[in-house]
Design a binder for this molecule. Sequence first.
Ligand code: PMP
Length: 448
Amino acid sequence: MTIIETYVRRHPRSRALYAEARSLFPSGVTHDGRHVSPFPLYVDHCAGSHKWDVDGHELIDYWTGHGALLLGHGHPVVVAAVQRQMERGTHYGAEHELSMHWARLVQRLFPGIERVRFTASGTEATMMALRLARAYTGKPVVLRFAGHYHGWHDMLAHDTEAEPVPAGMFGGLLESTIVAPADLDCVEAILRARDDIAAVILEPTGASYGTAPLPAGFLRELRRLTEQYGTLLICDEIVTGFRVAPGGAQQREGVTADLTTLAKVLAGGLPGGAVGGRADIMRHLEFGDDDWSRTHKIRHYGTFNAAPLSAAAGVATLELVAGGEPGACAAERGGAVIAGFNQVIRQRGLYGWAAYGDGSIFHLVAGCSSGFPPGELDPRISLNELKCGGDPALINLVRLGMINHGVDLMRGRSGFLSAAHTPADVDATIAAFAATLDTIAEEAAQPR
Ligand code: PMP
C-alpha cells in the first residue's frame, strides 16, 4: 500500500469531515497552511506534546499551536488561570489590572518596550507597527525582506516585487513597501538613496521563522544601518519572542529595536498580540489636545484587545517562560530532532535532503535541485526552494507518511518543540522519520 493509500485508509472520519467541510469553508479549511492533499487531519483533543485525531490515533504534535504553545498543550497552570478568569468574566468592557501584569512582564523581558498596546492578533500588531512608524517619521515607505511573513493584511501581504498584485489587493499600496533581499549591501544602498523610508521590518531569525536563516550578525548590522540612516527598526518577534530567549532574538543578539511586535507565546495559546517600543513613538496612540488628536493620533479600537482570557493565559505563560528554562528545554529537544533527522538522511545517502533550524524550531528540505551532500544544507539554495521544503511532492509524502507513523510535522517540513516534548517523543519522531523515508524509497522502487 502506498503512503497516500495508507493515509486514506487510516483516516476515514477525517476524510468524511473534510467532504462536509468543503460545503462550509473555501477549500474546506480555515487557514491556508492547513490545506493538504488528499485531505487534512481533524483533531479531537491535545495534551502536552500529543494530539489525538478523530479516528483515534495519538500523534506527537509539532505544530504546537502554530508556535504559540511553548509550554505544550494544556499546561495545568495556564489552564487553571484561564478557568479562574472564565468565572470572573471574559470581557469587562473596561480596563483591568491583569492587562497591567501582562504588560509589565512584556516590559521586563523586552527592555526596548517602554509602552505596550495589546491587539487581537499578530497581523494586527504588525499593521499597527507600520502605522506608528509612518505617524512618527512622517515618511510613507517601509522596507521589508523577501519571504518574511508579517501577517496577511494589505500593507505587508505582498512579498516579492516580481509578482503581480496579489488578488484582492489595491496595487497602489505596493508603492509604500520596498521588498529587499536579505543582503545588507543592498539594504544600505536603498537607505542611502532614499529619504522616504519610515522603517525596516524583519523576522529577526529569517523568513518564515528561520526557514531561510539570516547570516550571523545580520540583525546587529541592520540595527547599525537603521541608526546611521535615521530609519526605525521594527523587529517582528511574533514567533521568536519568549521562545529563542525570554527577551526574544533581541536579547539573544544584544539588539534593541524601536518597535517590537509580539503574539503567539505572548498570549499562552489564546488569541492575542502586542506592539511595543519607544515611548516617543508609542505616543502616537496617546490622546492630546485637539490639534494633536487631529493630526498625530492613531485611532485604535479592537473589541478583544487585552481580552481577559488571553491576559490570564499570557500572564501564566510568561511567568513560567521568563526564567528561560522552558525555552532552553525545547531548544535542546529541537537540536536532537535535527541531529537525528540528519543521521537518518546520511544513513540513506539522500542528496539534497537536510534538517536544520534554530533551537526549538526545526525545518526539513527534501529533494533540493542542487543535490547537496546528505544532511549538509547548501546555504546558496534559493529562498523559494527553502520555503517549499525543496520538492513539494516529496514533502507532502513526508507529511502524510509521518502522520501514518504518529507524528504531525508542521506542513510536513517544520516543527515547533515545546517544553512538554520528551526525549521519548524525540526518539519516536526520528524512528517515524526513518520508517517514512524507507516507505518513500520502497514506493519509488515500485514499477509503475
Ligand atoms: N509575523 C510573524 C513572524 C508570524 O509568524 C505570524 C504568524 N505566523 C504573524 C506575523 C501573524 O500573526 P497572526 O497569525 O497572529 O495574525
